[in-house]
Design a protein around this ligand. Structure first.
Ligand code: SF4
Length: 363
């Protein structure tokens, strides 16, 4: 049992079931969410209980996340650290810590592998191994929290370093693992968890329309990002097989309704690939598509934004990102047509930071 899978009530039940006092759950959670890696660090638990929990951990009955760091690469400018973790069953996942002026952000994986088959993505080349549990996703965040504390020699009890933002944009399609991802957001949001606002969490999906509708109803405060990458069905299906099941004319009304109902701005991710989706005409088509679904008559004017991603070159998939000039021209066209567009900071070209690259390197 991964104790990170448990909410407060479930952890209380765990302690009661092993014959301990209920309030031990609260004490343990405090240490967990400060980044403790093992029970010996939980100083206010009685020594006898710590020993007992350690023995249970050694016997494989319980874990505190169970992630083992296989590799960690830090960008030369210190802005990004990328972790390759091994799960208890030998599967591997990647997590990226990004350090901005406004705070620390973590990009988590939601599945080991992915079955969505996007052509530009290294994470799908090995298929889906399995869904991650909520606790395995929480463990990625806590490992990053611990890393930033250790880097600064801060004690575990310090609040000087926090994780302020989460993006669910690493390996896996989060809406293909909906219940666990939902629980993950609840665990982080809990007052005695990380106490992280749901508004500081962004979930990125390739567009599973029925689950987007559920997400709108059940997780309205979490930000939504859509991996769009093309503005018509022919081009999108060539890049993303999911478009055959949920074409643009089904996807866009669901996303438009999401913005209208939640009043929250949706981000459209667009990875610019040389000669595939980066022409001026394609920028114009994209702006027209977004203007059609996001406008004042639709009740969601101004609630969309495009995030242009200069794609890192991934040898295994034989695709190359657009040049800087092309990226800037694409952005200008969108903005000239009234669609706000930003260019994602190019992170970690020196550390294989494209999704799935560390993991591929290990196979
Ligand atoms: S981009 Fe996301 S949804 Fe598509 S294959 Fe990669 S991990 Fe899966």
């Amino acid at each position: 049992m991964n104790l990170l899978d448990l909410n407060k009530k479930e952890l209380e039940d765990f302690f009661v079931n092993i014959g301990e006092k209920k309030f031990r759950a609260q004490q343990t959670r405090e240490w967990i969410y400060r980044g403790a890696r093992d029970f010996s660090e939980m100083k206010n638990l009685p020594g006898e209980l710590r020993n007992r929990l350690e023995k249970m951990q050694e016997a494989g009955e319980i874990t505190l996340g169970g992630l083992k760091i296989l590799d960690m690469r830090s960008a030369s400018d210190g802005s990004t650290a990328k972790f390759l973790f091994e799960l208890h069953d030998g599967n591997t996942i990647e997590t990226v810590l990004m350090r901005y002026k406004y705070g620390n952000s973590v990009c988590v994986s939601s599945q080991a592998g992915c079955r969505m088959g996007c052509r530009f993505c290294a994470s799908t080349l090995l298929g889906l191994q399995r869904n991650l549990t909520a606790g395995e996703i929480v463990a990625q965040v806590l490992a990053c929290l611990r890393y930033v504390k250790d880097e600064n020699d801060y004690p575990l009890s310090s609040n000087d370093e926090r994780i302020g933002h989460i993006v669910i944009m690493g390996t896996g399609e989060p809406l293909d693992n909906y219940e666990n991802v939902k629980k993950f957001t609840e665990l982080l949001n809990a007052k005695d968890g990380l106490d992280l606002s749901l508004r500081n969490i962004t979930l990125s999906t390739c567009g599973l329309v029925p689950v987007i509708k559920k997400f709108t109803e059940e997780m309205p405060q979490v930000n939504l990002a859509i991996s769009l990458h093309a503005s018509n069905n022919t081009s999108r299906s060539a890049l993303m097989p999911v478009n055959d099941a949920y074409p643009i004319d089904e996807l866009m009304p669901a996303v438009s309704a999401h913005a209208r109902k939640t009043g929250r701005r949706v981000t459209f991710e667009y990875a610019l690939t040389a000669g595939v989706n980066d022409s001026e005409k394609q920028a114009e088509d994209l702006a027209n598509l977004l203007r059609h679904y996001f406008n004042h008559q639709a009740g969601n004017g101004g609630l969309c934004h495009v995030n242009l991603i200069p794609l890192n070159k991934v040898e295994e998939i034989g695709m190359e990102g657009s040049g800087r000039k092309q990226v800037l021209a694409f952005q200008k066209k969108l903005e000239d047509m009234g669609i706000p567009a930003t260019i994602r900071r190019e992170m970690g070209a020196d550390i294989d930071a494209a999704c799935g690259q560390l993991r591929l390197g290990k196979k």
